[in-house]
Structures are given as C-alpha cells and as structure tokens.
Design a binder for this molecule. Structure first.
Ligand SMILES: [Zn+2]
Length: 216
C-alpha cells in the first residue's frame, strides 16, 4: 500500500470541488476528509444540486462548520430531488458551468455505482465533464445496500471520526429522525473501512483512474 499525496499547486492552496446530489451527501461521504484537508489552507467550490430552503441552509451551515477557514464558494441548486435522471441535461449544464469557471485539483462527488439514482447520475456525468482532476467517488450507506469495493482510503483518527459525527448531527437537524441516521451506521462503516487500511477509522472512495508520474 503506497501513500498518495494530494497535489499542492505552486500558485495557491489545494482546490477541491465537492459535489452532492442532496444536502448532507458531501459530509456523510467525505466529511472526515474535508475536516483533515481544512487543517491546511484550502480552496473549495461546494455544490449541491437539490434541496429546499431549509435544507440549503443546513448545507451552508455544514460547509462552514466542516471547513471554517477555507476559501469557500457555495452553489446551491433546486433540481427535483429523486429525479435527477429526468433532468440529466440540467445536471450536465451545471457541471459544465462549474468546469468553465474553475479548475479544481480534486473532485469529491458521488459514485457512478451508487444505487441512488440522483447520486448515480452525478457520478456518471462527472468524468464526462472533468478529465484532468483526481476524482474521488464517496460512498453513502443506505437502505439499498450498495456498499461496494473501494480503491482509496483516507485514515481518520478517533477524534476526527467523532468530530464528523458531532457536526453531522448539529448541521442536519432535519435528518435526525431518519431510521438510518445514527452513530452506529456512520462509525460502523468508518471502523470497517479503517480496519481495511490498518487505521482506527477511515473513509473510502472509488477512483476509476489515476496517472502515475515517475520522478526524474
Ligand atoms: Zn443523497
């Protein structure tokens, strides 16, 4: 197992594009990674494609809570929840608009293997729009039972994993009564992924393609 060091460009901090279909996707899938990245200078474009006014406010609160010192641009859209495949063209346009206006180093977004149709639509479109970035596809535990085989791991300390839990509960009060929203689900998955990479906790991602640059 070799470490992958995230690129830091000479002209500024690491630039991350985080994309979610719904408010809370980004934080459930990659909240620990964002907490870790936010310990250093960080530039973030944060985009969520669906949501009501209340849920958009939760997304805004979460983005600031997970990345308090980041240079943060937040884009919130109100495409129809549960129906992103039916507005495929609008999803692609939003992603293309973002791609025209910025050039991130890393993209954190849902996976094309995700069982939820909204997540999957974004996961299928990301590589059609962004071709020069490291694309880390996050996983979200769900009723459908689509947990699959990841290829990348971000080890998390117990403190970071617990901080992620605290912020999830604090930032997304509208989700607290969902039967799957609890510490055992989130920490259980994180512990399992941690075991797989010899850490206490971890978040796992799929990365379909990386380019190895041999030094020299
Ligand atoms: Zn979602």
């Amino acid at each position: 197992m070799l470490p992958l060091t995230l690129p830091v460009s000479s002209d500024g901090p690491l630039f991350v594009l985080a994309i979610g279909a719904h408010p809370d996707d980004i934080e459930i899938g990659a909240g620990g990674l964002l907490l870790r990245l936010a310990e250093s200078q960080l530039r973030v474009r944060y985009a969520v494609l669906t949501g009501t006014a209340r849920r958009h406010q939760e997304a805004r609160d979460a983005a600031h809570a997970f990345m308090p010192d980041a240079d943060l641009v937040i884009d919130l859209f109100d495409l129809p929840e549960g129906r992103l495949p039916a507005v495929w063209g609008s999803v692609k346009e939003i992603l293309e608009d973002i791609a025209r206006s910025c050039s991130p180093d890393v993209i954190i977004a849902p996976s094309s293997y995700d069982a939820h149709q909204d997540h999957r639509t974004i996961g299928e479109l990301v590589p059609t729009v962004f071709r020069d970035q490291l694309y880390l596809a996050y996983e979200i535990p769900k009723w459908d039972g689509d947990i699959s085989r990841p290829s990348m791991y971000v080890p998390l300390s117990a403190d970071t994993a617990r901080r992620k839990m605290e912020l999830l509960h604090k930032c997304f009060p509208s989700q607290l009564n969902r039967d799957w929203w609890d510490d055992e689900v989130f920490l259980g998955l994180a512990r399992l992924r941690g075991m797989e990479c010899r850490a206490r906790y971890a978040e796992a991602f799929r990365c379909a393609k990386t380019v190895i640059q041999v030094p020299g």
